[in-house]
Design a protein around this ligand. Structure first.
Ligand SMILES: CC(C)(COP(=O)(O)OP(=O)(O)OC[C@H]1O[C@@H](n2cnc3c(N)ncnc32)[C@H](O)[C@@H]1OP(=O)(O)O)[C@@H](O)C(=O)NCCC(=O)NCCS
Length: 176
C-alpha cells in the first residue's frame, strides 16, 4: 500500500484535496468537544451557534492553516492542521511555537500508526519553523495521550473542566 504525507501551505490545497478534507472533517466532527461542526474557529473553546453550513467557518479557517494530508492509495485517511509562529500567553516559557490545532484519522483506518506518521512528519519539518510544538487535547483522549507520551510530548498545563464538565484540557509540548 502506498502511503504519503503531503504538506500543504495555507490556501494551497487543490479543490479535490479540499473536498476530501471537508468530507473527513464532517465524518469525525462529533468526536470532538465541542463538535467541529459547531465551532467558529480552530481555537474556540465554547460552543458557538450552529448556524450556516456544517463546519463551514471552522473549515474555512482550517484552509488558512498549514495542513499535513495523509494519503493511502489516493484516499485521504488523516490530517493534521497546524499554525506556525503561535504564542500562548499561559505558557510564556515556550515562546513562539508550532501549534497543532487538529489531528484526526478516518475511523476505519485507526490503530495502524497513521497518527504517529503524521506527528513524525511534523517533527521533521524544516528547521526554519519554531522548535517547540504545542497542542491541546482532552483528558479523556486516552489513545491520543498514550501516543503523545511515546512520541516524547510532556505535560505542560491542565485546564480543569475546560470544554466539558467531565473532561480537562491538557496542554502538551516538546522540542523538535
Ligand atoms: C487520536 C487519533 C488521531 C489516533 O489515530 P490512530 O491513527 O488510530 O493512532 P495510531 O494508530 O498512530 O496509534 C497511536 C497509538 O495510540 C494507541 N492506540 C491507537 N488506537 C488504539 C486502540 N484502538 N486501542 C488501543 N490503543 C490504541 C496506541 O498506543 C498506539 O501506539 P502504538 O503505535 O505503539 O500501537 C484518532 O483516534 C482520532 O482521529 N480520534 C478522533 C479525533 C481526536 O480525538 N483527535 C485528537 C484530539 S485533537
Amino acid at each position: 500500500m502506498t502511503t504519503e504525507i503531503l504538506w500543504r501551505m495555507p490556501g494551497k490545497m487543490t479543490q479535490l484535496e479540499q473536498r476530501s478534507l471537508e468530507s473527513l472533517v464532517e465524518e469525525v466532527a462529533d468526536e470532538f468537544v465541542p463538535p467541529l461542526t459547531t465551532r467558529s474557529s480552530t481555537t474556540q473553546a465554547v460552543l458557538a451557534s450552529a448556524s450556516g453550513s456544517a463546519s463551514s467557518s471552522y473549515f474555512d479557517e482550517l484552509l488558512m492553516q498549514h495542513c499535513l494530508l495523509l494519503i493511502e492509495c489516493d484516499q485521504l485517511q488523516g490530517f493534521l492542521s497546524f499554525r506556525t509562529f503561535h504564542r500562548d500567553n499561559r505558557l510564556p516559557q515556550i515562546g513562539i511555537c508550532i501549534y497543532v490545532s487538529t489531528i484526526s484519522v478516518r475511523p476505519a483506518a485507526r490503530g495502524r500508526g497513521l497518527a504517529r506518521l503524521l506527528y513524525q512528519k511534523l517533527l521533521g519539518l524544516p528547521e526554519a519553523l519554531p522548535t517547540w510544538i504545542l497542542l491541546r487535547t482532552r483528558s479523556t483522549s486516552t489513545h491520543h495521550l498514550q501516543l503523545l507520551d511515546t512520541l516524547g510530548f510532556k505535560h505542560l498545563l491542565t485546564v480543569p473542566n475546560d470544554r466539558d464538565p467531565r473532561a480537562d484540557s491538557i496542554y502538551l509540548g516538546r522540542k523538535r
